[in-house]
Design a protein around this ligand. Structure first.
Ligand SMILES: NC(=O)c1ccc[n+]([C@@H]2O[C@H](COP(=O)([O-])OP(=O)(O)OC[C@H]3O[C@@H](n4cnc5c(N)ncnc54)[C@H](OP(=O)(O)O)[C@@H]3O)[C@@H](O)[C@H]2O)c1
Length: 265
């Protein structure tokens, strides 16, 4: 058991990385309130929680891109948890395709979920935490540092989450609210379903990607840490700096890595 049990909210907690974060938090003895749109997946999450975790897990349906939905969700979270110590903004959708061919509805849904959803999640978290302190953890991606083709809208939202997190880290510090970021590499989850559907396969990295449990552990390390942390590994920061210094080389490398997708269709 940790020294102090935390009250943790996980937005996008029903599947993939979010589900692993919920499991990690429960295993550490914390109280958790998880949200997503699909109520059946939330029920399955409840049923899958270990018996000792079940009493400490609450769930609520939420569409993060809708302010009224987030307000109701945070109200339910506060009622279940008492107060809120940590909010993990993890919900996102990816989308795959050339920008000019993507349906406008899909473009809007990605921005609404990944950017407006995180902005609203931070806003409701800050309102719930007040002056009592707390910790907001925003889930970015390695594409927050290196944009890739065919996922332009997704990349744009992930770059923006980085800017939002940097700004809020400064803005909320005087109130004792920490804002951290985590930027996972490729993980084999349902996030890539659109790419799988459109291409018949997904472009996984040579090493097979990162296990969900390792991302969940990185997030847990943040809520255990005494101060806000950037959460980006040195590798990503270096890649970003090298890309700034040698943009033509960085673009050549990315173009080569994604050559197959660019030639398709
Ligand atoms: N997988 C990767 O390779 C990878 C790499 C780097 C970063 N990430 C980031 O990690 C986070 C989790 O991704 P994942 O791979 O675990 O994705 P995932 O398996 O597709 O899970 C996404 C979660 O977000 C929820 N969600 C989606 N849209 C929502 C909405 N409008 N409102 C509320 N909840 C919503 C989903 O539930 P519902 O659909 O039921 O709402 C689900 O619980 C994302 O921020 C993603 O960008 C992923």
């Amino acid at each position: 058991m940790p020294e102090r049990t935390l009250a943790i909210v996980v937005l996008g907690g029903s599947r993939g990385i979010g589900r692993a974060i919920v499991a990690r938090a429960l295993a550490e003895g914390h109280r958790v309130f998880a949200g997503a749109r699909d109520e059946r997946a939330l029920l399955a999450l409840q049923q899958g929680a270990a018996p000792e975790g079940a009493g400490r897990l609450g769930t609520g349906a939420v569409d993060v891109g809708d302010d009224a939905s987030q307000r109701a969700f945070f109200g339910a979270a506060r009622a279940f948890l008492g107060g809120i110590d940590v909010v993990v903004n993890n919900a996102a959708r990816e989308g795959y395709g050339r920008l000019d061919e993507m349906a406008l509805e899909e473009v809007e849904a990605i921005v609404r979920t990944n950017l407006l959803g995180v902005i609203l999640g931070c806003r409701h978290a800050a309102q719930a935490m007040g002056d009592g302190g707390g910790h907001i953890i925003n889930v970015g991606s390695e594409v927050s540092f290196r944009a890739v083709p065919m996922k332009s809208v997704y990349c744009a939202t992930k770059f923006a989450v980085r800017g939002l997190s940097d700004a809020l880290e400064l803005e909320l510090a005087p109130r004792g609210i920490r804002v951290s970021q985590v930027h996972p590499g490729w993980v084999d989850t349902g996030l890539h379903e659109d790419e799988r559907r459109r291409r018949g396969s997904v472009s996984r990295p040579h090493d097979g990607g990162v296990p969900v449990e390792r991302v969940a552990e990185s997030v847990a390390a943040l809520w255990r840490a005494p101060r806000a942390q950037g959460g980006a590994p040195l590798r990503l920061r270096l890649r970003s700096v090298v890309g700034e210094l040698f943009p033509a080389w960085a673009r050549w490398r990315t173009r080569r890595a994604f050559g197959e997708q660019l030639r398709e269709g």
